[in-house]
Ligand binder design. Structure first.
Ligand SMILES: [Zn+2]
Length: 683
């Protein structure tokens, strides 16, 4: 789950993709409503005043009565809903697995993929056989010149080997696709995990080395050899980490944009035989390649001749085992969980097999599964409702822009143009991915996964040199999440999130605007956050701001960054304001425009109070309800250290404490925590 997949800088999502899903609970669904308006007053903690800590007030009751189930690192709205979707997907997969679907059909593929994953008897019996050929090939390495063909082959069917090779939209011409390479190859979540000097980080590194050694032993090495190899891997990855770019820096598109010709790349990293490599990967001819982090490739180039061959062997061996750990026998799966699930994220217990298999199908051939999912679970009305809400939100921002005191008329005109150019995707793709070239068999789980990875990698590389296909989706339909993609200037809402408690056609409007409305506003605002605002309406990286307006924007963004730097997540560990800036701007802006849209929707027909809450108060309860969650301390640390999203508590109290309208709704006074003396406001 924390494998170093090639980092996609272009997509700003709503939450960290939650891959840990757990038991289906009959009770505890956050959107359950006592009074029928979409918010259950049992969620409240009335011992806490809304102006002291709104998150606690709104969701403290729920958090108290809904402890985290053992197999989760966090439990809240997103996980509860994702869990429900998961059960729906299981039903689909079990049905098609029994249905004897036509060979080569999507039904056959998802059913057989799932069946091969559930067949633990065959998987355990095969033990390390599925990776034996790769390990033998590594063992046979005699010369550093043999590294390229081997690494190239490993990259075809697995991720996490040294670096990533992919296609990307040309940021200078958003109609075209070019080649791209980026840093990768680490076993810990990101580079700073290798360099931090606090005790917790040192302990985690020691635990990582122990874990790597245990995996080597499982693969057949003696303890002594395994220990030495694990230390060697740690040293190698630390060198890679030192040459890697921190995640917060990668949020700036200019930092990861270095378009080169092939000769320029060959001059940058001359040891690696690039032409042979691209040929091996079946990449189409190209005239331009983006090198996301040139320094990283200089360092890997140096390692090709400076690192001993034995160290390369240990490193590659480890990543073969690591990349396949979840598809191997139970001892590998359990050991993998004990580090990544338990130590790193804090889960107490591994999820049931069926959940892991459902996730695997969704991750590997998700559009084949998603097609059946939406037919069964996504009513057309949900799409129509969402479309209407998006239109209202865009309308609210269109009215807001002209009123901004800090932005001049030229930039305002351009901002409106960008807003009008937004592409909106709701529910599921209009054009489904074609899986006909992918074969899936009923046995051989790892082989299925590898073919799916190979299929996906080849599909990505095939796009190089071709016009951009704007119909593609970056998330599967059952996903409980949403995203903004700056190079397409699009906002995307999968079917999975268009359900209670985010959106409920039976709920009070205030709850829907505070929930789904603010989520939509969040994604729209990403088009105008510190990163997204550098792209124009067509998705080109082009400055459309005047110097003066950019300066004003940066000052306002700095206000948000400083606030988040001040939030303490765990004792001694604060949010990284630079890392979470885009998400925090999006939350603040999203709430402001959704509130405005709600006010407009209420005009002339102001609803009454419900359970003692005014419509305005209910709007903010809707937002808190979306984020209500319990987090294990390990998971909170993981988020603060490596995720662009702040922890839920600050996604509620952070933006709301800047909003005068919130203070007005709850009567907060000067001196109250939820009313800041120095408020930040952008949109
Ligand atoms: Zn976001």
């Amino acid at each position: 789950m924390f494998k170093s997949l090639p980092y996609r800088r272009i997509v700003a999502t709503l939450v960290l993709c939650i891959v840990f899903l757990g038991v289906l609970r009959a009770s505890g669904a956050i959107g359950d409503s006592s009074g029928g308006w979409g918010f259950n007053t049992a969620n409240l903690d009335k011992t806490c005043k809304p102006c002291d800590d709104f998150y606690q007030f709104a969701m403290g009751g729920w958090m108290k009565s809904n402890p985290i189930p053992p197999e989760f690192p966090t439990w809240g709205s997103f996980t509860v809903l994702a869990d429900r979707n998961q059960a729906s997907m299981r039903g689909i997969l079990e049905d098609v697995a029994k249905a004897n679907a036509a060979a080569g059909s999507n039904q056959q593929k998802i059913g057989d993929f799932y069946t091969s994953c559930m067949d633990t008897a065959a998987i355990d019996a095969a033990a390390t056989k599925p990776i034996a050929a790769d390990l033998a090939a590594i063992e046979k390495l005699k010369d550093p010149n043999e590294l390229q063909p081997l690494i190239g082959r490993l990259q075809q069917t697995g991720n996490g080997f040294l670096f990533g090779f992919d296609s990307t939209q040309d940021l200078d011409d958003s109609t075209q696709v070019i080649a791209e390479i980026g840093q990768g190859g680490l076993g810990l979540p990101e580079r700073d995990y290798y360099t931090r000097t606090d005790d917790k980080s040192k302990q985690l590194r020691a635990d990582y080395v122990t874990h790597v050694a245990k995996m080597f032993v499982l693969a057949g090495d003696s303890q002594g050899k395994a220990d030495a190899e694990a230390q060697s891997v740690m040293n190698f990855e630390t060198t890679l980490a030192n040459a890697s770019m921190p995640r917060a820096q990668m949020r700036d598109p200019h930092e990861v944009w270095h378009k080169m010709t092939l000769p320029q790349l060959e001059a940058l990293a001359p040891v690696w035989p690039w032409e042979a490599y691209f040929r091996q990967r079946n990449a189409p001819e190209f005239s331009a390649i983006n090198v996301e982090q040139p320094d990283f490739f200089k360092e890997t180039n140096r390692l090709l001749t400076s690192a001993p061959l034995d160290q390369w062997k240990s490193y590659l061996r480890w990543h073969v085992i690591h990349a396949s750990a979840n598809e191997l026998s139970d001892s590998f799966v359990q050991e993998n969980f004990s580090f990544y699930g338990a130590k790193l994220a804090g889960s107490k217990q591994i999820q049931p097999r069926w959940k892991r298999c459902v996730q695997s199908v969704n991750r590997n051939i998700g559009e084949a599964l998603g097609q059946v999912y939406v037919e069964k679970y996504f009513p057309p009305e949900a799409k129509a409702h969402a479309r209407e809400m998006v239109a209202n939100l865009i309308g609210a921002l269109r009215s807001d822009v002209p009123t901004l005191g800090w932005m001049g008329p030229d930039t305002k005109k351009q901002a409106i143009e960008k807003l009008e150019a937004f592409q909106i995707k709701i529910g599921y793709p209009d054009k489904w991915r074609d899986y006909s070239a992918l074969s899936v068999e009923r046995t051989g789980y790892l082989a299925n996964v590898r073919r799916a990875v190979n299929f996906e990698n080849a599909r990505e590389l095939h796009k190089i040199g071709k016009p951009v296909d704007r119909t593609e989706w970056g998330m599967t339909p059952p996903t409980v999440n949403a995203y903004y993609n700056s190079t397409m200037n699009e906002i995307v809402f999968p079917a999975g999130i268009l359900q209670p408690p985010f959106y409920d056609p039976k709920a009070d409007d205030a709850i829907n605007y505070g929930g789904m409305g603010a989520v939509i506003g969040h994604e729209i605002t990403h088009g105008f956050d510190d990163s997204g605002s550098q792209f124009d309406g067509k998705g080109n990286l082009r400055e459309w701001w005047t110097k003066e307006d950019r300066k004003n924007f940066d000052e306002r963004a700095a206000c948000v960054r400083q606030q988040f730097d001040g939030f303490e997540v765990e004792p001694g560990l604060h949010e990284n304001g630079k890392l979470v800036l885009g998400e925090s701007i999006a939350d603040l802006g999203g709430l402001s425009i959704s509130y405005a849209a709600y006010e407009k929707a209420m005009e002339g027909k102001r609803p009454q109070s419900l359970d003692g809450f005014t419509p305005e108060q209910r709007f903010f309860l809707g937002w808190a309800q979306v984020w209500g969650a319990n987090l294990r301390p390990e998971y909170a640390r993981l988020m603060a250290n490596s995720n662009e999203h702040p922890v839920p508590r600050f996604r509620v109290n952070g933006p709301l404490s800047n909003m005068e309208l919130f203070a007005k709704a709850f009567g907060c006074k000067k001196g109250d925590t939820m009313l800041r003396e120095k408020a930040c406001k952008i949109w």
